[in-house]
Design a binder for this molecule. Structure first.
Ligand code: SF4
Ligand code: SF4
Length: 331
């Protein structure tokens, strides 16, 4: 199903979604960053620009997530029920792939019921086409959302990928297939970052990256954990219990594989006892181990870790360095 929306149609769509969903839309802060924030009828929607700052997976797997609450008699209290499902508007291809990756992790049998409760009726709306910084071209999605809006000059093509997505697009006018085909051809040339990851991955899986490389990269890590905290596909967490006057709460809290204590055992033994091993793991896990386990890398090339790493050793930077030094075309 292909539809065409103009700006007024988008406002109409948002307004109708707002009644049934906790709708989050991209909005720009005064510092120029874009964030997914709650929709209100007066919100200013940002329809193009940099990737949204906060990783969208954090709506389903937040930094601190209560798992259980125990009252003084030892009984478990019901956790707060979700009133309305979430609707996330404005996700690019990388962020949709990030959600898909986390879905597979948390929803593999037996499904994680807390993640499921937030995710199961949620609506995902992609925003691709000419919606990047300065209206640059963003690759189309792989169909892993309910609705995809593809930005052109002055209007949007709208694809309904799921049953609910198709139903929501029912009221709007038909779009032109020829316009979509033109974009698909353009799309075939826009996978540069993913190709770089593939090359780095090939070198890692064939054991062509020496230990000395990891020692050198690790020497630049200041253990701030920023790379993990911003990554939409990182799923590691630790468990914390906290006692209050009336209750004891157990929560899960994001963890970081860059921390010394990440895998330290009670005996004191630490299988990832050096920074070099931990740094190798951060990259190797996503570019080699995830491919072995899931058939695809755990990095969706969103670029957040490269932006947040204060010492310039985010995923794309390290992958680029691996390919430059150990790839076929190395100098
Ligand atoms: S680019 Fe970095 S933050 Fe984004 S998915 Fe890959 S590893 Fe995670
Ligand atoms: S963001 Fe950079 S410096 Fe910080 S823990 Fe990650 S790799 Fe190390």
């Amino acid at each position: 199903m292909l539809k065409q929306l103009d700006r007024a149609d988008i406002d109409h769509l948002l307004d109708s979604l707002h009644t049934a969903y906790r709708l989050q839309i991209p909005q720009q802060l005064p510092d120029g960053t874009r964030h997914l924030s709650p929709y209100t009828p007066t919100s200013v929607l940002s329809l193009s620009g940099e990737i949204v700052h906060r990783k969208p997976t954090s709506f389903f797997f937040p930094q601190v997530q209560k798992l259980v609450s125990i009252d003084p008699t030892g009984h478990a209290r019901d956790l707060q029920k979700v009133e309305k499902p979430l609707a996330l508007f404005g996700l690019n291809r990388a962020d949709l792939m990030g959600i898909q990756f986390l879905d597979r992790f948390f929803l593999a049998a037996p499904a994680d019921d807390i993640y499921l409760s937030l995710r199961q009726d949620a609506l995902l709306i992609g925003l691709t086409g000419f919606s990047g910084p300065d209206k640059s071209f963003l690759p189309l999605s792989t169909g892993n959302c309910d609705i995809e809006l593809v930005a052109l000059a002055g209007h949007w093509l709208a694809l309904g990928h799921s049953t609910i997505g198709k139903k929501l697009l029912d009221p709007y006018a038909r779009g032109l297939n020829s316009e979509l085909e033109e974009l698909r051809q353009r799309d075939e040339n826009s996978s540069g970052d993913l190709e770089l990851l593939q090359q780095a991955s090939h070198l890692l899986m064939n054991d062509l990256v020496p230990d000395s490389f990891w020692a050198e990269i690790a020497g630049r890590c200041i253990l701030c954990s920023g790379c993990n905290m911003v990554c939409p596909t990182c799923s590691c967490f630790c468990v914390q219990d906290r006692c209050f006057e009336e209750t004891t709460e157990r929560s899960r809290v994001w963890d970081s594989c860059q921390f010394d204590a990440f895998m330290r055992e009670a005996s004191g033994h630490n299988p990832l006892g050096t920074e070099a091993l931990r740094t190798r793991r951060r990259i190797h896990h996503k570019l080699a181990a995830d491919i072995e386990r899931w058939g695809e890398p755990g990095c969706v090339a969103c670029g957040r870790c490269d932006r947040s790493c204060p010492t310039g050793i985010g995923m794309m930077a390290v992958a680029g360095e691996i390919v430059k030094r150990y790839g076929a075309g190395r100098r």
